[in-house]
Write a protein that binds this ligand. Structure first.
Ligand code: DPP
Ligand code: ZN
Length: 844
């Protein structure tokens, strides 16, 4: 495969003035007729006419009405064209049914739908399929379906026929088409300037009852973006369509968002509280793309973080406003450490803005998205809220209609604040997670904090330079009082000191408040000082973090020194969790432990070889110790979490359920499955049902409940995904691969459906002790299935290869087994470029 470099960017030789497309739908032979007006781009120097096109059958091509015979390769079409403006026309034929890769135009349960980001449009017709080519699209759809949708506003429609026009110039990756027998759940929104917008959520018959929440979330997002960013919607219509077969979560096509049904359909009976929260966030995310992504798009795919980092940042602000900011921040950091830090520590490490790639689909990563959002959070911390708001206004004003770059983005901040952001820009260009350590010196009322930063070198960044790190720092006095306002220490050097003067007694420093930078912090504190932060820190993140650090240190000591669980930690979280004045959701988070994979990373960082079995055992022992420590209060907290009101997915009820279910888990561990069974039998919502089921499986009592669950939910694909996933997640390590293998033989294991495949194998790959079990069975099983899936769906296969990204951390025996699995996949004839690139990088 060919490697593409950021440094090689050149503009396309032509400007597209307009695009008209006609689709004559047919499941096996859809005809796509295009009429595209081109003229030379005054900013270009190369006028070779090349249009991307893959898996297309060209019936005819014309330039200004005269037939031409272009040169065709498997990548596209080239042809001689006039110097003056011209119209290129083509008729191609495509096979939506044969399109199992789910890129371009494909079928899902009899409905037609599209996915064009990043490079799917070239499977629909010949086109300059690159984000810096923006044009208005007119689309005509002919097909025997009640619903025929495309981007923009409807122009006309009659039976079996619809015309659409999108007045906003857009890149081809935002094109969308949907046709099928769908039902609309309607809604309405009036923008702040009085534009009435019709809203629809289109679903398959039978799913009508799962639309109300998504519609509310959409309306809330539209309102929020007006209030917080001053961004108004710009068409008469906004449609969302739910699709069962989809590689990603959702897609922000202009005016016609297409969603994985798991990311939009919700009902109390079938969706957990976490599902509701995720759906609300994804609806917001895709809607927010209308400005950050669509109105202002990316010049090239290296700039992906321009739209994704910013839009993730915006959706996290939205969730913080809709729910609890403290809980959202902690959840985001847990996710960042679990996915992005792991990526950064292994062979897939890459900068937020990569400099080269083979297959762009492989760069829709936690680094681009989540670290990309963290970088924006740091920028906001450094310049302040007011300057951030001004810079964003300038960004929208200056770049509306543009395909922009990270340089453009940083420039609006420089122009707003007068700051020089050249060092800050390293956050976009360097891979790796900085390690930050701090030493304290105390003398005569003066506390000096000396920080050292160091980023481990990686293949992507062999020689990392010091970055700008905003370190939010507070001081907690001996009585637990806050001594000063939180200060943002701006670290720019490799080693740098900051002084706090005029203090009375020695305070405890609360460092990296709110997780003000995506770094790994080492702050040596006495056990008493750490416990002091857990008891008193006014920063909700750092208070939680104190507990998390104590848990990590205790678990590491249990793993490496056979130590007993730290009683100071257990006492500390006991006090917080029993404090009824705190938010139940926050108390529930306090009960979480660092993931097994996080512990493996920590051990690897210390130069040790992590033993997955030992890590697993330590986690179990710690949970037992927690169950014992909470024996006095677990039942009363559980009872206090009972809700006497109709189900509501909002933060308040969800927090109570989350704390109650954490207690249920501890109670079940110490006693038996009776309480879980009672909750299972009484449950009227999926959160309560699924949590009880998980407890029953862990207690060894899951069989009856699993069978009951299956017969209750057999016809609901999204719920059955949970049934598949949970059995793998809750399996004993030595059984995880066998459980997954058995599930693949189930008649409902439709492996070509990405959600179902991920339910089994996504769960297996996050089951740390199961996936990395010494037998190597999970490696081999996943390899078998990746080989099979690659032939039908390269994008999902390549994504799932990340399960192997940490393989070099483990012992020689495991490494040999993982390498054998990787080599077996790599040796598969006709392996896709997507999977080849991922595995080559992972194999190293
Ligand atoms: N649909 C994906 C997202 O919204 C890619 N743009 O992040
Ligand atoms: Zn996005």
């Amino acid at each position: 495969p060919e490697t593409i470099y950021l440094a090689d960017y050149t503009p396309f030789g032509f400007i597209v003035d307009s695009v008209a497309l006609t689709f004559d739908l047919d499941p096996r032979a859809t005809r796509v007729t295009s009429r595209i007006a081109f003229r030379r781009n005054p900013e270009a120097s190369d006028f070779d006419f090349f249009l991307h096109g893959e898996q297309l059958k060209l019936n005819s091509a014309k330039i200004d009405g005269a037939a031409v015979s272009p040169k065709i390769t498997d990548k596209g079409l080239s042809c001689d064209v006039p110097d003056t403006p011209f119209v290129f026309e083509a008729e191609v034929e495509i096979d939506p049914t044969g399109n199992t890769a789910l890129e371009g135009l494909y079928m899902s349960n009899g409905m037609y739908c599209t996915q064009c980001e990043a490079e799917g449009f070239r499977k629909i017709t010949y086109y300059p399929d690159r984000p810096d080519v923006m044009a208005t699209f007119k689309v005509t759809i002919n097909g025997p379906h009640p619903v025929l949708l495309s981007n923009g506003n409807p122009v006309s429609s009659s039976e079996h026929h619809a015309k659409w026009y999108d007045p906003w110039p857009k890149p081809a990756y935002l094109f969308a088409l949907v046709a099928g027998d769908l039902i609309a759940h309607p809604g309405e929104f009036t923008t702040q300037s009085g534009r009435k917008v019709d809203l629809n959520l289109y679903v398959r018959p039978g799913d009508e009852g799962k639309c109300a929440f998504g519609m509310e979330a959409l309306i809330a997002s539209m309102k929020w973006d007006e209030e917080v960013y001053g961004r108004e919607y710009d068409l008469d219509l906004f449609n969302i369509v739910a699709v069962d077969d989809f590689n990603m979560g959702a897609m922000e096509n202009k005016g016609l968002n297409i969603f994985n049904s798991s990311a939009v359909l919700a009902s109390p009976e079938t969706s957990t509280d976490m599902n509701f929260e995720r759906i609300e966030a994804i609806i917001a995310h895709e809607y927010f793309h209308n400005w950050t992504g669509n109105r202002i798009t990316c010049r090239d795919w290296f700039q992906l973080c321009l739209k994704e980092g910013l839009t993730v940042y915006r959706d996290s602000q939205f969730t913080s406003d809709m729910r609890s900011a403290a809980v959202k921040r902690i959840s985001d950091v847990i996710d960042l450490r679990g996915r992005q830090f792991a990526e950064d520590q292994g062979p897939l490490a890459h900068p937020v803005r990569p400099e080269s790639f083979q297959e762009i689909n492989n760069f829709y990563t936690a680094t681009v998205y989540e670290k990309g959002a963290e970088v924006i959070g740091m920028l906001k911390t450094l310049v302040g809220d007011d300057a951030y708001a001004k810079a964003l206004d300038l960004y929208f004003e200056r770049h509306d209609g543009d395909a922009a770059t990270i340089e453009d983005w940083l420039k609006v901040f420089e122009d707003t604040t007068g700051r020089d952001l050249s060092q800050f820009k390293r956050w976009y260009g360097q891979a790796g997670t900085p390690r930050l350590s701090v030493e304290e010196a105390w003398e005569d009322g003066t506390l000096t904090l000396t920080f050292t930063q160091h980023t481990p070198p990686s293949v992507a960044t062999p020689d990392p330079q010091p970055q700008v790190i905003p370190i939010a720092t507070g001081l907690i006095g001996p009585n637990g009082n806050e001594l000063a306002e939180t200060r943002i220490l701006e670290m720019t050097e490799a080693r740098q000191s900051f002084v706090f003067e005029g203090l009375g007694a020695r305070p405890v420093a609360s460092i990296l408040r709110g997780f003000s930078a995506p770094v790994v912090l080492t702050h040596e504190l006495s056990d008493a000082d750490r416990a002091h932060l857990l008891a008193h820190d006014t920063d909700t993140f750092n208070r939680w973090e104190a507990g998390r650090t104590m848990a990590r240190q205790s678990l590491l000591a249990m793993i490496t020194k056979d130590a007993a669980p730290d009683s100071a930690y257990l006492d500390g979280i006991h006090a917080v969790v029993c404090d009824a004045s705190l938010d139940p959701a926050y108390r529930a988070l306090m009960l979480g432990l660092p993931s097994q994979s996080d512990l493996a990373s920590a051990l690897h960082d210390q130069g040790q070889v992590p033993d997955p079995a030992a890590i697993y055992r330590a986690g179990e022992a710690m949970r037992d110790a927690m169950a014992a420590r909470f024996a006095d209060k677990a039942q009363s907290i559980y009872d206090a979490c009972k809700i006497d009101a109709p189900y509501d997915p909002g933060a308040e009820q969800a927090g109570k359920r989350s704390l109650g279910n954490a207690m249920l888990s501890l109670i079940t561990r110490r006693t038996n499955g009776d309480l879980a069974q009672a909750q299972y039998d009484a449950a009227d919502n999926m959160t309560q049902q699924l949590s009880a089921l998980a407890c029953l499986i862990r207690a060894g009592d899951g069989e009856t409940a699993l069978a009951k669950f299956e017969s209750q939910w057999r016809d609901d694909r999204l719920v059955m995904d949970k049934w598949f996933g949970l059995q793998v997640l809750e399996a004993k390590p030595e059984e995880a691969a066998a459980v997954a293998d058995t599930l693949t033989k189930h008649s409902d294991f439709n492996w070509k459906n990405p959600n179902r495949f991920r339910a089994v194998f996504g769960s297996l790959s996050v089951h740390h002790a199961g996936f990395h079990h010494a037998s190597g069975d999970a490696y081999a099983l996943l390899a078998n299935w990746l080989i099979k899936l690659d032939a039908v769906n390269p994008q999902t296969t390549a994504r799932m290869c990340t399960a192997f990204q940490t393989w070099k951390r483990y012992d020689a025996d495991r490494q040999a087994k993982a390498a054998a699995a990787l080599d077996r996949i790599l040796a598969t004839p006709d392996l896709s470029p997507d999977t080849t690139e991922m595995l080559t990088r992972i194999r190293g």
